[in-house]
Write a protein that binds this ligand. Structure first.
Ligand SMILES: [Ca+2]
Ligand SMILES: [Cu+2]
Length: 208
């Protein structure tokens, strides 16, 4: 037993020594240069809550980790980092964002609060605004409405330098409880796309 403890101690020491050398690698938490953790609040009565952690790494990559609950189950959820790159402040939408008073905050109504898409938080491939509605590459919530996401990727330099002022927005609310994205209502920003797909479900960021 004593011998085992000694070897574990030796191993731990070896790992401790090895850490600084690994600091240049992508996913090593110790190599972060900045880390922001925000609570995710519900929008549109979704019941979503959770946490988003955004890290900028010394190699210029960005790591985003999301743990959320309360999402419409078994459905893909578009999610993005929203904001501006010109220093204009952004925040999660306030109730006053519902300009037409229908009780919903659409993307068109929320956008002025949280800004444009700086990155699409896809599970593979492109992460630019071009993938804003690439539903086949967004995380799918499980049967209980939980969503987990963790990816390290590149963002443009102006986004990277401004990661502390972005809003995380997750989209997709099954407004009629049908179990799928449907309904006659159309997205406020994408003709031909169901409102249920694009409507914001949750938001977290520098100002909630
Ligand atoms: Ca539905
Ligand atoms: Cu978005």
């Amino acid at each position: 037993m004593k011998r085992l403890i000694a070897s574990i101690a030796a191993l731990t020491a070896a790992i401790a020594v090895a850490l600084p050398a690994a600091a240049a690698h992508d996913d090593n938490p110790s190599s972060q240069v900045a880390s922001y953790t925000y609570d995710i609040g519900a929008l549109n009565g979704s019941g979503v809550e959770g946490t988003v952690r955004i890290r900028s790494l010394p190699n210029g990559k960005t790591q985003v980790k999301v743990v959320a609950t309360g999402l419409a189950p078994n459905l893909p959820h578009a999610q993005h980092l929203h904001g501006t790159t010109n220093g204009t402040a952004t925040q999660c939408p306030l109730p006053a964002a519902d300009l037409n008073g229908d009780g919903l905050i659409t993307v068109a109504e929320g956008g002025p609060f949280y800004g444009g898409i700086l990155a699409s938080l896809t599970t593979s491939g492109d992460t630019s605004g071009s993938s804003a509605l690439a539903l086949d590459r967004f995380p799918v919530s499980d049967a209980d409405g939980n969503l987990r996401y963790n990816r390290t990727f590149d963002v443009p330099a102006d986004v990277f330098s401004n990661l502390g002022a972005v809003q995380y927005v997750v989209h997709g609310v099954d407004l009629d409880g049908s179990g799928t994205y449907d309904g006659l209502a159309q997205s406020s920003i994408a003709p031909g796309v169901a409102l249920e797909i694009t409507i914001p479900a949750g938001c977290g960021g520098i100002l909630n």
